[in-house]
Design a protein around this ligand. Structure first.
Ligand code: SF4
Length: 358
């Protein structure tokens, strides 16, 4: 067993060794049959790790298959247009991940091969310490401990770590325990086992300690006060309120669209303009009730206001003035759009087609 100086007492080492053994036996029996485990490849592992960063496994599985069907290998992904990649990412949200995945694919394509170490993966765009460790251990067998939110929860409870795990000292403490626990002979399975235990057994609210292979060695086993307290996190800032009005400006079959800037929220995605059209355009009304949408640091209340342009030339001039253009509704649907837009898309289309406004 690795010992970076954390588990110095013999009793602690024994306890960690017992936990590692029990975890291994549990994982052999309980590992979920996930497609990237059943068809192992560096490309598939990398894709799954990026997709699952902010997405549930159930949502990730069909998207992983669809993405791989569209881009079967890293080279196909590298030569695809950004628009195609973003479109294929639709429904997963957090589009920055897709943009960085595409950038990394280009770097791998240029290098002619996947990185062959944890350090090599870490140097790619969009790959942080956790993702690099997960890919290097699962795909390359490198002995590095991967620490994600699930692992933080399991280890902070098991070792009774009372420092915030999202601040430096607490994160270092968790990493030290993870390093000490690591099964260096089988790091990929070991890392997946800890994450799997966090996902299936050591749940945030009601962990199933009675089913847990670590219950004999865990400080928090059967202790609801510790479950509630651990892992300790620094208090979150309240999300900023954002009252957003999207102007749905149309003429016959066409609607004005603009592309968002390369940085910031929904970078490079296609949306309706936020600036209202000039006074000679007729305001029709709102297409639906205001829609609430939550992003990591923002709570958005979106209003969709319908306008009629006096003629196609005026619509085009308005769209061009704001750096956009004209599309039909089906053409707009084929472009990469924010999740906020895709979730109300059918309602907007119906209201627009029927002329139903609030
Ligand atoms: S014993 Fe309970 S608290 Fe400890 S790791 Fe297992 S599920 Fe989590």
């Amino acid at each position: 067993m690795n010992d970076p100086g954390f588990l110095q007492k013999k009793t602690d080492q024994k306890r960690a060794h017992a936990a590692q053994k029990a975890l291994k036996a549990w994982y052999l029996q309980h590992a979920r049959a996930l497609p990237w485990r059943e068809m192992p490849s560096l490309y598939g592992t990398w894709l799954s790790e990026i997709m699952l960063q902010q997405t549930r496994v159930e949502t990730g599985i069909p998207k992983w298959h669809a993405f791989r069907d569209r881009f079967p290998d890293v080279h196909t992904l590298a030569v695809a247009s950004e628009e195609e990649v973003m479109k294929s990412w639709e429904g997963l949200g957090y589009y920055r991940r897709a943009r960085l995945l595409h950038k990394a694919a280009k770097a791998i394509h240029e290098a002619g091969a996947f990185p062959d170490s944890h350090a090599g993966w870490l140097a790619l765009p969009g790959i942080g310490p956790y993702t690099a460790a997960a890919i290097a251990s699962i795909g390359l067998g490198e002995a590095v401990a991967a620490v994600d939110g699930n692992v933080q929860r399991v280890l902070s409870r098991w070792a009774s770590i009372e420092e915030p795990v999202d601040a430096k000292p607490g994160a270092a403490h968790v990493q030290a325990v993870a390093d000490a626990w690591l099964d260096t002979q089988n790091p990929g399975d070991h890392n997946q086992a800890v994450m799997e235990l966090g996902a299936l057994v050591c749940a945030p609210r009601n962990p199933s300690c009675e089913k847990c292979p670590l219950s004999d060695t865990c400080h928090a086993a059967g202790d609801p006060a510790m479950w509630r307290r651990l892992p300790v996190k620094t208090p979150k800032k309240k999300p900023q309120a954002w009252d957003l009005t999207w102007h749905v400006v149309t003429c016959r079959d066409h609607v004005a669209v603009v592309q968002r800037p390369e940085t910031g929220v929904w970078a490079t995605m296609w949306c309706f303009p936020e600036i209202p059209p000039p006074a000679n355009f007729a305001k029709v009304g709102n297409l639906c009730e205001p829609v609430t949408h939550i992003l990591t640091h923002k709570r958005i209340t979106a209003t969709f206001t319908l306008w009629q342009a006096p003629d196609p030339d005026a619509l085009e001039a308005f769209a061009r003035k704001h750096g956009g253009g004209l599309v039909t509704w089906p053409e707009f649907e084929a472009r990469a759009r924010p999740r906020l837009l895709t979730k109300v898309w059918d309602v907007l289309l119906r209201a627009h087609a029927l002329g139903e406004v609030e």
